[in-house]
Design a protein around this ligand. Structure first.
Ligand code: CO
Length: 154
């Protein structure tokens, strides 16, 4: 495993759409390993592949609850409901926290590293994390959505 460099909001790669993974090979496993290591090293709760310069539909999330580490390939939101307007941040947008409206509950489907279909039903902060990371795969940062700045440490 190795740490990867997290690109920041000035990098145009963050505004590009990521392509689906068609072959879950060793390269993807290494990417998942490196993304998790990089997320934990930065005290982050999620990371999407474009943040480490790879335009592939791969995300990792760990909101430090009972769910533990989530690795998801080609994730998609199947259902969403409710509303949540809590604070969020992003390793690619250092020093900024903002409230963004998100669904309060989501059902997400994707593939795990074995290529098996997995479904997560999440609410609250974890639901927000799924939405935030999946936005990255569409080339969208949380500050590109309507938001209310909470603090700016810069
Ligand atoms: Co982010």
């Amino acid at each position: 495993m190795a740490l990867r460099k997290v690109v920041t909001k000035e990098d145009p790669i963050l505004r590009k759409k990521s392509r689906p993974v068609t072959d879950i090979n060793r390269r993807i496993h290494t990417l998942l390993d490196d993304m998790a290591e990089t997320m934990y090293d930065s005290d982050g709760v999620g990371l999407a592949a474009p943040q480490v310069g790879i335009l592939r539909r791969v995300i990792v999330i760990d909101v430090r609850d009972d769910t533990g580490l989530i690795e998801l390939i080609n994730p998609e939101i199947l259902e969403q409901s409710g509303s949540n307007f809590e604070e969020e941040g992003c390793l690619s947008v250092p020093g900024i926290s903002a409230r963004v409206e998100r669904p309060d509950r989501v059902k997400v489907r994707g593939l795990n590293r074995l290529g098996e279909e997995v479904i997560y039903e999440a609410e609250g902060f974890l639901a927000k994390a799924f939405c935030h990371e999946i936005d990255h795969l569409e080339g969208m940062l949380f500050i590109d959505r309507p938001h209310e700045l909470v603090e700016d440490e810069e």
